[in-house]
Design a protein around this ligand. Structure first.
Ligand SMILES: Nc1ncnc2c1ncn2[C@@H]1O[C@H](COP(=O)(O)OP(=O)(O)OP(=O)(O)O)[C@@H](O)[C@H]1O
Ligand SMILES: O=C(O)[C@@H](O)C(=O)CO
Length: 424
């Protein structure tokens, strides 16, 4: 495709649900936005205002995460992006080893800059930051369901403390009393922080107005990091017309395809969504113990699906309560349990699409990564928003155009799996 517009934002996302989340925000702001899966081929040309490269780097080895992120950054730099963004989770999913800090450090250095943001606030989904502490709704991060996350349990709400061991830069907190004074106050605070040798600012943000202030205060910085809230602020400062100029969403599948939900997320929200769906829909539960003993769970699931696929969605889920997840992890190992589940769910998804499922909801970032890769998808067009942070997306596959909703673990109302289809 011929390129005829200037690329405004080049974004690297550390997981696939996060990628469609932030892409949906750019698209809603009126930007023509495309998600590319993995580091794109050198010769690929994309005509877009914003490009999001979706990586699956959140929980891999930090050096691999850095290498992939830098490769994605280089590709975006070659396209001449005016501004670069590193999108991670609005619950700051990471461990002491990373990968937020190492990727932030590497991208900042590659762009020749010495100061950036670390601002995962996403008020539309009730993620706010106050005195550097991240809140999920009314609850501090470390008391939220994130304390039980299978791969990145978050046990400290203070983001300065969480980020410090991950980055080589000194991290400072810019409090709300500064942000609420506006752009000049934030700029003055940043100048002082830089002079004092700091390289990263965790900025308080309680609402979208705060995020617009922060984005405007950093308008001369080449590189920002955060979740979709700051991306919204960035889009507002960079794209004239904002939401009023919103484009028509990309076309999705024709109505009438078979529907399925694949859920590998074990978050509080997803547990509730699975429970609600099972009240009047059929579901097949993936048992980790059975996977571990070599039982052909994938075949059993597909046999079960025969005669059940149609307009009424069916559910395939490994979603379990925290004590069950912990028991599986203690028995089989954290990574091994995750890999077994992701392997089974992605094989099921591929077979379902081959059998005519063309509308698919996938819950969980790691799970979505595994499913999208198994479907061989490399580009996603953004469609209608289902809930804050979750748009329908669509892509051509060998089996025809498929619509997907990649739902972040913690996003969506309890009836998400039942109601999302109305937004197609
Ligand atoms: N019953 C289970 N026992 C152990 N691990 C499981 C079980 N079910 C799912 N998992 C694994 O837990 C991990 C869940 O991560 P995933 O990113 O898919 O969801 P999430 O963290 O809730 O979503 P997000 O990253 O969007 O917030 C996956 O690796 C999945 O395979
Ligand atoms: O920011 C979020 O919470 C999500 O987009 C996400 O990254 C979940 O994996």
């Amino acid at each position: 495709m011929a390129k005829n517009r200037k690329l405004l934002i080049g974004c690297v996302a550390d997981d696939f649900t996060g990628a469609t989340d932030v892409a949906g925000i750019f698209a809603k702001s009126g930007m023509k936005t495309t998600v590319l899966i993995d580091v794109p081929d050198e010769g690929l040309e994309v005509d877009a205002d914003a490009i999001v490269v979706a990586l699956k780097t959140r929980t891999i080895d930090p050096s691999d995460a850095v290498a992939q992120s830098l490769a994605a950054l280089r590709w975006l730099q070659h396209r001449g992006a005016a501004k670069f963004y590193f999108k991670y989770c609005s619950t700051f999913d990471s461990t002491e080893r990373g990968n937020i800090g190492p990727v932030l450090d590497a991208m900042l250095a590659a762009l020749g800059s010495d100061f950036t943001t670390a601002c995962p606030a996403f008020p539309a989904n009730a993620r706010t930051i106050y005195k550097s502490n991240l809140f999920v709704g009314d609850i501090p991060l470390s008391e939220s369901g994130m304390k039980n996350h299978p791969l990145t349990p978050m046990t400290d709400s203070n983001l300065v403390r969480v980020l410090a061991p991950q980055t080589s830069h000194k991290v400072a907190g810019c409090y709300h009393e500064t942000v609420k004074q506006g752009v000049d106050a934030v700029r003055a605070w940043v100048s002082k922080a830089r002079a004092d040798g700091y390289g990263v600012a965790v900025l308080d943000a309680m609402d979208d107005g705060d995020l617009e202030v922060i984005a405007a205060a950093f308008d001369d910085a080449p590189f920002l990091t955060g979740a979709s809230g700051l991306a919204y602020g960035l889009a507002r400062t960079m794209f004239e017309g904002g939401a009023a100029a919103a484009r028509e969403p990309e076309p999705s599948t024709l109505p009438g395809g078979s529907r399925a939900v694949i859920s590998g997320s074990c978050s509080t929200a997803t547990n509730g969504q699975v429970e609600q769906m099972l009240q009047d829909h059929e579901g097949f539960r993936i048992d980790v113990e059975q996977l571990a003993t070599g039982q052909d769970v994938v075949k059993e699931a597909l046999d079960w699906a025969k005669g059940r696929l149609g307009q009424k969605p069916v559910l395939f889920y490994a979603t379990a309560a925290p004590d069950q997840v912990k028991a599986n992890q203690a028995k089989f190992g954290v990574a091994e349990a995750g890999t077994m589940v992701e392997g089974a769910l992605s094989k099921i998804a591929k077979q379902l699409v081959d059998r005519g499922v063309s509308e698919l909801i996938v819950a969980g970032g790691e799970t979505s990564g595994a499913v999208v890769k198994s479907l061989g998808i490399n580009q996603l067009d953004i469609g209608n928003e289902i809930a804050p942070g979750v748009p329908w997306v669509s892509s051509p596959t060998a089996a025809g155009r498929i619509s997907l909703a990649l739902k972040s673990g913690n996003f969506g109302a309890p009836d998400f799996f039942v109601q999302a289809w109305d937004k197609l």
